[in-house]
Write a protein that binds this ligand. Structure first.
Ligand SMILES: Cc1cc2nc3c(=O)[nH]c(=O)nc-3n(C[C@H](O)[C@H](O)[C@H](O)COP(=O)(O)OP(=O)(O)OC[C@H]3O[C@@H](n4cnc5c(N)ncnc54)[C@H](O)[C@@H]3O)c2cc1C
Length: 455
């Protein structure tokens, strides 16, 4: 370690997914000559994303623009028109078609990660140390530092640890286990609540994911409605989302929700192999085009969708959570990656600011928590609600809406769903992340100046 490194502000990031990599890039963009060293620990042997398509909204795209990645991003995205269809019987029809609002665009998840990785070349970043095959298993912290322990038996130290380690986050598990243990002797009931936050909970929905071969479907039926557009097929406790992710490949998800199962603990593994027969049994009453594409599926898996709901904090002293680790959400709003990017943008800006140092970083992390947590919580809840809208769930509807009419396919009533969709997606265009940073900055300077005795 050089002497410059020895005196540096050391930031450890556990997880090299969308949140972790974006954080490294935001630090690179804004740190100027601040003496920061970043250690990024990724459990896998390379940076990779599983799953197929992803939606990015204007807010996310504006951050990519700020990071200088906008052009690369635009090259890889598409903006298909979105079509709402009532498709769960033999009398299917489209009831709305529109350009998705708020600058929505789709791209493959691996493309999104590649855009970030391409900008992280180690030659450019002598202060970034990437450690692959390093799986965090636990940490401990004191007033001055965090010590991390890895599966291979090694340990490392940093001034702060950022848990960007995804849905099953060991950082969150460790954080909430420790907070629960500390609370046990004071308030056992509160300790039990904290303990529950260690793990994500099931939203009550299974998603069957598959990639469809465009040419194969075209041969069977060149007019199949799933060939070209972004389609949301509305049903009762079921819905379909489908959109092309390349000229040859269509990404499709079939959702199936069990009544009264939200936030029940997940029984069994979150992902299991499945079959077209299983999907067909669930979707046997749906329209012919849906059954036609199901018949072409060679490979599919059943995924139990989980979320991380309403954590009481994203920060414990020198440790903070970002991305899915803090607020994994249902995919219905297509906002999980965007929220991960926004966390990284605000936190990276804060940590790169010249006013923040090893001694006041705990207050700085709390500013991140104050700004980001309410926004991300909202998006978690709205994501869940949008799934309810797609599945005609009465609890997701407005008071002026009639579920029986919706189920029966009343066109006028179905039109009301469009305004609900617009209300929900509005969370993505009320302001830009830049405004959240201005607010964070004012709070940061206010709190740290007060602490330093300035008025
Ligand atoms: C099928 C599907 C569809 C989705 N669609 C959308 C969409 O349309 N729009 C959208 O915005 N979002 C979508 N999402 C959500 C989005 O992918 C996530 O919100 C996003 O990837 C979160 O990024 P992250 O970096 O927090 O977590 P992840 O991308 O999961 O990255 C976590 C990283 O941490 C690493 N890691 C895990 N454990 C450890 C450990 N112990 N030590 C070190 N490293 C570790 C993992 O290997 C991984 O690289 C979708 C998700 C899925 C599964």
């Amino acid at each position: 370690m050089t002497s410059q490194e020895a005196s540096a502000f050391r930031i450890a990031i556990a997880g090299g997914g969308i949140a972790g990599l974006t954080l490294a890039l935001v630090l690179k963009k804004f740190k100027n000559d601040k003496n920061i060293v970043i250690d990024l620990y990724e459990a896998r042997h390379k940076f990779s994303e599983s799953g197929a398509g992803i939606t990015a909204w204007l807010r996310t795209r504006s951050i990519f623009d700020t990071l200088g990645l906008g052009e690369n991003f635009e090259k890889r995205t598409a903006s298909p028109r979105m079509m709402f269809r009532k498709g769960n019987n033999q009398d299917p029809f489209f009831f709305y078609e529109f350009e998705v609002p708020h600058g929505s665009a789709t791209l493959s998840r691996q493309d999104m990660l590649d855009i970030l990785v391409d900008d992280l070349s180690p030659e450019l970043l002598p202060y970034l140390h990437i450690h692959l095959c390093k799986k965090l298993v636990s940490y401990e912290q004191d007033a001055d530092a965090v010590v991390m322990h890895f599966e291979d038996g090694s340990s490392a130290q940093a001034d702060i640890l950022i848990g960007a380690d995804g849905l099953a986050s060991p950082t969150r598990k460790e954080m909430y286990t420790k907070m629960s243990e500390d609370m046990r002797g004071i308030d056992p009931e509160r300790a039990d609540i904290l303990k529950k936050h260690c793990l994500p909970s099931w939203i009550g929905t299974h998603a069957y994911r598959a990639l469809l071969n465009h040419r194969r479907i075209e041969k069977i039926n060149p007019n199949n409605i799933f060939l070209n557009q972004l389609i949301v097929g509305f049903g009762v406790r079921q819905h379909i989302i489908s959109y092309p992710i390349s000229p040859e490949v269509i990404n499709i998800l079939f959702f199936d929700t069990s009544p009264n199962s939200i936030d029940k603990p997940l029984q069994g593994p979150s992902m299991v192999p499945s079959s077209k027969e299983e999907i067909m049994a669930l979707y046997k009453d749906w329209e012919g085009d849906a059954r036609e594409v199901i018949e072409t599926i060679d490979d599919t898996s059943r995924w139990a969708m989980s979320h991380v709901r309403a954590l009481p904090t994203y920060v414990d002293c020198r440790v903070a959570l970002v991305g899915d680790s803090a607020h994994a959400m249902a995919t219905h709003l297509g906002a999980g990656a965007g929220q991960a990017v926004e966390d990284a943008y605000i936190l990276g800006h804060i940590l790169a600011d010249p006013i923040v140092n090893k001694d006041n970083v705990i207050q700085a992390l709390n500013v991140y928590d104050t700004i980001r947590r309410p926004i991300a919580h909202d998006v978690v809840e709205e994501s869940l609600r949008l799934g309810g809208v797609y599945e005609l769930d009465p609890t997701a509807m407005r008071e002026d809406m009639d579920s029986a009419k919706l189920e029966a396919g009343d066109r006028e009533e179905l039109q009301k769903l469009v305004s609900v969709f617009r209300d929900i997606t509005t969370v993505h265009f009320t302001g830009m992340p830049e405004n959240d940073w201005y607010q964070a900055r004012a709070m940061l300077y206010g709190r740290l100046h007060k602490q330093n005795g300035h008025l």
